[in-house]
Design a protein around this ligand. Structure first.
Ligand SMILES: NC(=O)c1ccc[n+]([C@@H]2O[C@H](COP(=O)([O-])OP(=O)(O)OC[C@H]3O[C@@H](n4cnc5c(N)ncnc54)[C@H](OP(=O)(O)O)[C@@H]3O)[C@@H](O)[C@H]2O)c1
Length: 293
């Protein structure tokens, strides 16, 4: 049975992979920093030597975008140095490496959805570290970089869960309407990654290295997203659109970060749901968890 090593498995994407792994014909090894600190090269090499994974999905990252502006050292250690460690370890065990990246590698000045070959020009420390990590990962011929955007899940903390909480606590909220992108349900991304691995492992598809974009389908602003969350969450909280200038944050975000997904659909035959139907599924899933608890 093919072995899949998942790093950063307690995060949003890692937890979704864990949930889906129960229906998969692979031998999974889930690790987070307690089991495998990917910033430690010796630990990585010893772990890979013991496990000998066929596939590695790196879900570990420093994802606190604003905090990364002042905590650069740690952000770069986790997002860049650790990826170098995974490249070295993967090359020794001849594993395929799947590195997850972000729309924040772009400056957001485009007016059409970004394709994989577009030049990166990150505007934040997080974005810069993830862009360098892409280069590191791609130095290894058996690597795939999957860029995603606006990730949310029933696990961990994210925009959807924050809006649902604030929607219960407040009568109104201000949300920016001048940053455009696409939300991504981490369960969908996890399913897409496992589908790609399944196709490579079964030889249904040849392995194609490089960068691939994956988010849900459609486009919205954070304001539109918040309105949809309130509606699907049956909350009466009024959402008001505001400009980014009225909501200053330490890290600059891209204004337009829509990803073009044509490549992943054509190369690996991946179907993608619209963000609104995925959001509906996520909120249903949250409600089910709440009623069974
Ligand atoms: N979240 C988004 O909106 C978003 C958008 C686009 C792309 N992405 C990318 O998607 C990927 C998955 O994101 P996510 O939201 O699932 O991340 P997440 O929820 O923040 O999970 C990351 C996990 O990595 C762990 N980790 C941190 N340092 C580690 C280390 N040295 N060794 C091993 N594990 C370590 C974290 O542990 P601690 O919590 O203890 O630090 C956490 O469990 C990341 O590459 C991220 O950059 C995320």
């Amino acid at each position: 049975m093919k072995k899949i090593l998942v790093t950063g498995a307690n995060g949003q994407l890692g937890s979704e992979l864990k949930k889906l792994s129960k229906n998969e014909q692979f031998d999974f090894v889930f690790t987070d920093v307690a089991e495998l600190d990917i910033t430690d090269i010796r630990e990585c090499m010893a772990f890979f030597d013991k496990i000998k994974p066929h596939f590695v999905i790196n879900c570990a990252a420093y994802t606190a975008v604003d905090k990364a502006e002042s905590d650069k050292l740690l952000a770069w250690k986790v997002n860049v140095d650790a990826v170098k460690n995974l490249v070295i370890s993967s090359s020794i065990s001849d594993s395929y490496l799947i590195q997850i990246s972000t729309d924040y590698v772009f400056d957001g000045k485009s007016s059409t959805p970004y394709v994989e070959r577009d030049l990166t020009h990150p505007q934040s420390e997080y974005g810069r570290s993830k862009a360098v990590a892409e280069v590191e990962a791609l130095s290894y011929p058996k690597s795939l970089v999957i860029r995603t955007s606006w990730l949310y899940s029933t696990f961990g903390n994210n925009f959807v869960k924050t809006m649902l909480r604030l929607g219960k606590e407040r009568e109104s909220l201000n949300v920016v309407f001048d940053q455009i992108g696409t939300p991504t349900y981490a369960e969908d991304l996890a399913a897409a990654i496992l589908r790609i691995i399944g196709k490579i492992a079964s030889k249904e598809k040849d392995f194609v290295a490089g960068i691939f974009h994956y988010s849900n389908e459609g486009v919205c602003s954070w304001y539109d997203f918040a309105c949809a969350i309130m509606k699907l969450g049956c909350l009466n909280c009024k959402v008001y659109p505001i400009e980014t200038a009225d909501y200053p944050t330490p890290a600059k975000r891209p204004e337009f970060a829509v990803l073009n997904k044509t490549k992943i659909k054509s190369v690996y035959g991946i179907d993608i749901s619209h963000w609104r139907s995925s959001l509906e599924r996520m909120i249903d899933s949250l409600n089910q968890t709440e009623t069974t608890e």
